[in-house]
Design a protein around this ligand. Structure first.
Ligand code: BG6
Length: 475
């Protein structure tokens, strides 16, 4: 048995990490536009508006806005069947509060989707990937305000109606489960536009914002199905399976508790109601989460068609050990797993963890799964001919695809597709660096923003072309 013939092979990116042109075509300032560059262990800073004195890597991205035809031609050369990107909310509603959408922004995505279809590539669109209008974050505190539900639904309705015959696969919010790490400001800000006050109950605020997002997502799923019953609308979760450090029952139970926090999101997206363990946790901690009459009905009506998720790493936890990220395991609160290696950025490399994740998700939900992000962030150094011999990336991807195939072929998991993250080098979300690269296509640009932006094929480019051509047989 092999992968289905219509398996969605492709690549994934997000608007704010590659488009650039932050002030062109009437685009407004997004939350990504006020984030400076950081580095491994040096957090990105969030500034109060755009300051002349700072460098903001997302402003120019890799200038996909002006290079998309050339880039799509390269994706087509690799045989992509789909391409996942997001729609920058601020190209459509620059502040999020306009009565009518910005036609130039809508036109840009028309051209992008038309170009993809011309090349036989199916667009897969995330509605919100860390790029809400900065104005909404500043004025309302992002999703801490219920007001944002309507803003997001309005934006989503506009684009789902406009592209109803061009886009079939949608996802509502990217990785909003990241924000449970409330001590890392960038997560609350990028997931929800929330900046916490030191004296507030951050976790309570976080769940309130999450509730608003879950309601907004459910409304959009329901509306999307009315706009076009053929739409496939998914959620998008950051999946990090959290193992017990040992078979000590206390470690096992600790991992169950940590996984509750991660599963809570998928449970609502897929089942349409809050799981008991989460309600118990709110009750025990005394959190007051305002759930308005009618919200629960909305959650039920807007369950997703599939589960999109990213997988980069696994983590391990030990009972009684509550570390911040000092362990450099890539996941706050976890301990180093002695059985797996890690990337230069501390992310634990665990291909078997992908098969494990596919199994636990499928056993829990029985919904199609779409791996919409997986990849290896590394510093690529061109050889004397300017060529990138990225065998380490091939090795990572190959091992993960092998495990994905086992999940399909041996475990019977329904996997719709696989889109490699950052199929062309983009600005790193976590660090804002250019040097943390994931692409099959190298982009000549450095951390300071210098470079010709010239695109060139890495060794992994041909490798991935073969993978797609053979439907995953030639790895
Ligand atoms: C996911 C995000 O968390 O991981 C992407 O959806 C991000 O936006 C990707 O780029 C890889 O993370 P990073 O920090 O290496 O860019």
């Amino acid at each position: 048995m092999s992968l289905p013939e219509n398996f969605l092979w492709g690549g994934a990116v997000a608007a704010h990490q590659l488009e650039g042109a932050w002030q062109e075509g009437g685009k407004g300032v997004s939350i990504a536009d006020v984030m400076t560059a950081g580095a491994h262990k040096v957090p990105r800073r969030i500034t109060d508006g755009v300051l002349d004195t700072e460098y903001y890597p997302n402003h120019d991205g890799i200038d996909f806005y002006h290079h998309f035809r050339e880039d799509i031609a390269l994706f087509a050369e690799m045989g992509f069947r789909c391409f996942r990107t997001s729609i920058a909310w601020t190209r459509i509603y620059p502040t999020g509060e306009e009565d009518s959408p910005n036609e130039a922004g809508l036109q840009f995505y028309d051209e992008l989707f038309d170009e993809l279809h011309d090349k036989g590539i199916e667009p897969v669109v995330t509605l919100s990937h860390f790029e809400m209008p900065y104005h909404l974050a500043k004025k309302y505190g992002g999703f801490r305000s219920r007001k944002l539900i309507d803003s997001f639904v309005k934006f989503s309705e506009t684009v789902m109606r406009r592209y109803k015959d061009k886009v079939k696969y949608w996802m509502t919010f990217n990785e909003i489960n990241n924000q449970t790490a409330v001590e890392t400001p960038v997560f609350g800000f990028t997931c929800s536009g929330v900046l916490y006050q030191e004296d507030e109950n951050k976790i309570q605020t976080m769940w309130q914002a999450v509730h608003h997002e879950l309601v907004a997502s459910a409304k959009v799923v329901k509306l999307g199905h009315e706009i076009n019953p053929d739409f496939q609308i998914g959620c998008m979760l950051a999946v990090v399976p959290v193992y017990p450090y040992s078979c000590n029952p206390a470690d096992v139970m600790r991992s169950v508790e940590v996984m509750h926090e991660r599963f809570a999101f998928g449970d609502v997206f897929v089942r349409g109601y809050y799981p008991e363990y989460l309600k118990k946790m709110w009750e025990q901690k005394g959190y007051q989460i305002r759930i308005e009459p009618g919200d629960e009905e909305i959650l039920k009506q807007g369950t997703v068609d599939y589960i999109g998720f990213s997988y980069y790493m696994s983590a391990a936890v030990k009972a009684g050990v509550q570390l911040p990220d000092e362990t450099d395991s890539g996941f706050a609160g976890s301990v180093r797993n002695p059985y797996v290696k890690a990337s230069e950025w501390g992310w634990q490399i665990d291909p078997v963890g992908l098969r494990y994740a596919l199994n636990i998700l499928y056993e829990r939900y029985q919904k199609p799964l779409f791996i919409v992000e997986n990849g290896f962030g590394a510093e690529d150094v061109p050889d004397e001919d300017g060529f990138i011999q990225d065998d380490y990336r091939i090795q990572y991807l190959k091992a993960h695809i092998q495990e994905m195939k086992k999940a399909v072929e041996l475990d019977g998991v329904n996997v719709m597709g696989y889109t490699a993250w950052g199929c062309i080098d983009v600005i790193s979300f976590g660090t804002g660096e250019m040097k943390k690269r994931y692409g099959f296509i190298y982009v000549d640009k450095d951390n300071e923003g210098n470079g010709s932006l010239k695109r060139s094929r890495k060794r992994s480019f041909n490798w991935y072309r073969q993978v797609i051509e053979s439907n995953g047989e030639k790895l």
